[in-house]
Write a protein that binds this ligand. Structure first.
Ligand code: RFL
Ligand code: PHB
Length: 391
């Protein structure tokens, strides 16, 4: 098999890239290790920045999101029983969209298959070859048979544990990382959400009340790193959430059937450069953010918008200039986004190693945000998104 761009991975990065390339008349084959059902059942992010919404709209794939998504104008932070309300349109002129990553992925898959464009499930890439030459080859295994895809360019969109980043020779990529000794327990519940997206910093730990619709809440608790969903009965979960959200009289948060739960380890990670020869890495394959701020999915989309433009120039003019600049065009945004996610994580979580002095500083910072519109603007403008890439 031969194509112009071989895309490894059908997460948001790979799927958005495939659509952005198709719009430019560029052929791509997407190879995905897992089944369609598996990919369409992974519950992850839920907040879309304006840039991500615009990209879906430019692709003409925003129909269901406009009908079922929820425009979100507020972001609240709680501490010491008080609430700081960030009015996003007033502070930034913009808002965000609540629409699950799961739904975005379903829409992108359906549109690609309807167009008859190549997207192969249960095709696990095992090896990348010839990345330093003009004819890279992607080796993959499908239905027990080893196959090869020849292409001009390879996009490594295979997430943190994929094979693409690992295919780059040692010494080329520098990595930077930070580990956290806690995780997020996330649940979905059939329950009406509270009024605004609300983050809380309570002495017992962080909590977050988000939503997926007017009848489904997405709720998170900070838990020890190795905790497991099975340790959390419904009763234990709700007790802890009410306490950490300062809802002791249980008047605010509505309880309902919990129908999904997962535990995600927090980490921050950057690999740079984001490219080697004819391989270009995007999304979680090349950087991971802690989830506070909901940036992971949006960063992946911002990367592939830059990459699609560079690949478009290459195939239409033969110029490699845009491709060579790919890392340079992304990396400042990536560092700024990771910095924001880490600063929000530091502001809102309880750290075992914190002394009372450090806890006092954290509370002082929240007091400052509560009293300073300038401080609120700094958070709000980063939350709605720094991406200014055009498609
Ligand atoms: P993905 O979504 O991980 O997709 C990568 C795809 O590559 C496939 N793959 C392979 N395919 C072929 N051959 C191989 N050898 C392959 N190896 C892997 C995988 O099966 C998969 O389909 O990466 P992408 O596209 O870069 O998208 C990034 C986002 O998914 C990610 O940043 C966010 O979801 C991160 N994240 C969250 N972000 C938020 O903003 N808010 C959240 O609440 C949030 N929750 C989460 C998350 C990530 C999680 N992970 C990584 C486990 C919760 C979890 C549990
Ligand atoms: C979510 O709705 O899943 C969500 C919202 C805000 C975050 C992270 C996740 O910071």
């Amino acid at each position: 098999m031969r194509t112009q761009v071989g895309i490894v991975g059908a997460g948001p990065a790979g799927l958005f890239l495939a659509h952005l390339l198709a719009r430019r008349g560029i052929e791509a084959v997407v190879l995905e290790a897992r089944s369609r059902a598996h990919v369409e059942a992974r519950v992850r992010a839920g907040v879309l920045e304006a840039g991500t919404v615009d990209t879906l709209a430019n692709l003409g794939l925003d129909g269901r999101m406009r009908r079922e998504g929820m425009v979100d104008n507020g972001l609240d932070m709680r501490f010491r029983g008080r609430t700081i309300h960030l009015d996003l349109p007033a502070l930034t002129g913009r808002s965000v969209m609540i629409y699950g990553q799961l739904e975005v992925v379903k829409d992108l898959i359906a549109a690609r298959l309807e167009a008859g464009a190549p997207l192969v499930f249960e095709a696990e890439v095992t090896r990348l070859e010839g990345l330093d030459g003009a004819r890279p080859r992607i080796h993959y295994r499908q239905g027990g048979i080893d196959r090869v895809l020849e292409c001009d360019l390879v996009a490594g969109c295979d997430g943190f544990h994929g094979v693409s980043r690992a295919a780059v020779p040692e010494g080329v990529i520098e990595t930077y990382s930070r580990a956290y000794d806690f995780s997020w327990l996330g649940v979905l519940a059939h329950a009406a959400p509270i009024t605004d997206m609300t983050y809380s910093n309570h002495d017992r730990g962080f909590a977050l009340c988000s939503r997926r619709s007017m009848t489904i809440s997405r709720l998170y608790l900070q838990v020890p790193a190795s905790d497991e969903p099975a340790n959390w009965s419904d009763a234990r979960f709700w007790d802890e959430l009410h306490t950490r959200m300062f809802d002791a009289d249980r008047s605010e948060i509505q309880e309902g059937e919990i129908f999904q739960r997962d535990v995600a380890r927090l980490r921050a990670y950057i690999a740079q450069p984001m490219q080697y020869g004819s391989l270009f890495l995007a999304g979680d394959a090349v950087h991971i953010v802690p989830p506070a701020g909901a940036k992971g999915l949006n960063m992946a989309v911002a990367d592939v918008r830059v990459l699609a433009r560079a690949m478009g120039d290459f195939f239409s003019t033969g110029s490699r200039k845009g491709l060579e600049r790919y890392t340079a065009d992304c990396i400042d945004r990536v560092w700024k986004t990771i910095r924001f996610s880490i600063s929000l994580t530091d502001l809102l979580h309880v750290f075992d190693h914190h002394t009372p002095f450090q806890r006092g500083l954290q509370m002082a910072e929240l007091e400052h945000v509560a009293s300073s519109v300038t401080a609120q603007k700094m958070i709000a403008e980063q939350y709605v998104g720094l991406s200014s890439v055009s498609d």
